[in-house]
Design a binder for this molecule. Structure first.
Ligand SMILES: *Cc1c(COP(=O)(O)O)cnc(C)c1O
Length: 381
């Protein structure tokens, strides 16, 4: 089914096409100069010392886990209301993910109080996820980490250029991990980035990204080194220059795109103001957001009503989604965790269309359809 108003739209034009053609014609298509430039510009944008591009964010999270010393004898506290990759990465190193609830229906990020209640002797790290591009409560979380000697990994997939107290998200904890999957703010098809201020962490991540080899083919082709050693068994988690060149084109557009998203969000908020049956999460958030997605939560509702509302919108040609089915309910992860706020939100959340080129008329169309959908569905239940 082709939707009149899709959930997301790629922010691509001739710039990305040109970048790809230039890379192809340069005849160096694997990791090389484009990737080095992409990393450099990304680190500058984030105000972080080091950035390392990877094939996606899932592997960036995996590297962060390894370097933090997370292993089979440790536990990592994480949200359940996130994409499953956040939690899978904890499993890759044999550690136990421990789910913490989210703060409230207004703030869908991990609750600092619930983090505190889940710390024990085995806890090694906290993974935070800046939902929709809105900062977690980083002051409280940093204090908890400091008092308990825990590392912080920021899953910043939703949050490029978003901030907490003027600091870029991803640059606050020990590691920040980003995704450039097609539907993210920055798209390269597949792709990721890991940022850190710690030189040792960066160097280890660089080794592990390419088999544990002490030099890359690119270095050897430029005569920078003739041979290499392997100091530990690494992976092939590399990106390629075709994707990195797309990433460079995307970085030139990201600020404008985020400003447009902010205007769209403001229009949504005005337009939705007279629908009393919904909560708009992060409505009073003051820090800069990247507005990766626009979620709403239905009040006094349940998953059946929510699903009906989504069907109604779909019949009007409007694509919606659910970010996310909570991880603790997937069969592999289900251990009967008690996360009441996550459970309510996951059952009653709808992600509405959001992208830089969404028109004001489209926002009005979505709002009208949502209003009718709620009236229609409430009459049924
Ligand atoms: C997209 C996403 C990921 C995974 O990123 P990939 O690049 O697809 O591996 C992880 N966490 C969150 C919150 C995401 O949105």
């Amino acid at each position: 089914m082709k939707y009149k108003i899709p959930l997301f739209n790629l922010n691509f034009n001739e710039d990305e096409e040109k970048a790809v053609i230039e890379t192809l014609r340069s005849k160096w298509i694997s990791m090389g100069s484009q990737t080095i430039q992409f990393e450099k510009e990304f680190a500058q944008l984030m105000g972080s010392k080091y950035a390392l591009a990877t094939s996606n964010c899932t592997v960036a999270l995996h590297l962060a886990m390894i370097i933090c010393g997370v292993d089979k004898d440790t536990e990592v506290i994480c949200p359940s209301l996130t994409f499953v990759a956040t939690v899978n990465a904890i499993n890759y190193v044999g550690a136990k993910p421990v789910f913490a609830d989210i703060e409230s229906c207004e703030n869908l990020t991990i609750s600092p109080n619930d983090i505190k209640s889940k710390i024990n002797k085995k806890t090694k790290a906290i993974v935070v996820m800046h939902y929709a591009g809105y900062s977690c409560q980083m002051e409280e979380i940093k204090n908890i980490a400091y008092e308990n000697n825990l590392l912080i990994i920021e899953d910043s997939c939703h949050a490029p250029l978003a901030e907490f107290n003027g600091q870029k998200l991803g640059s606050i904890g020990d590691f920040g991990c980003f995704s450039f999957f097609s539907n993210k703010n920055i798209s390269t098809g597949e792709g990721g980035m890991i940022i850190t201020d710690n030189k040792k962490y960066y160097e280890r991540a660089k080794l592990l990204r390419s088999h544990g080899m002490t030099s890359l083919s690119y270095d050897r082709s430029r005569g920078h080194s003739f041979n290499y050693n392997v100091t530990e068994p690494g992976y092939n988690y590399r990106i390629d220059d075709i994707r990195s060149s797309i990433g460079l084109a995307q970085l030139k557009k990201i600020k404008v795109d985020i400003n447009k998203r902010e205007l769209i969000r403001n229009h949504y908020i005005k337009s939705l103001a007279n629908i009393n049956e919904i909560i708009i999460p992060f409505k009073n958030h003051t820090d800069k957001s990247s507005n990766y997605i626009f979620p709403i939560v239905l009040k006094n509702s349940n998953s059946k009503i929510r699903d009906q509302v989504r069907v109604y919108l779909a019949n009007d040609g409007i694509e919606t989604s659910i970010h996310y089915p909570p991880v603790h309910k997937f069969s592999f992860y289900n251990q009967g965790d008690n996360l009441p706020v996550t459970d309510y939100v996951a059952d009653n959340l709808i992600t509405l269309p959001m992208y830089g080129n969404l028109s004001i008329e489209d926002v009005t169309t979505v709002t009208k359809s949502l209003k009718n959908a709620i009236i229609s569905c409430q009459n049924k239940y």
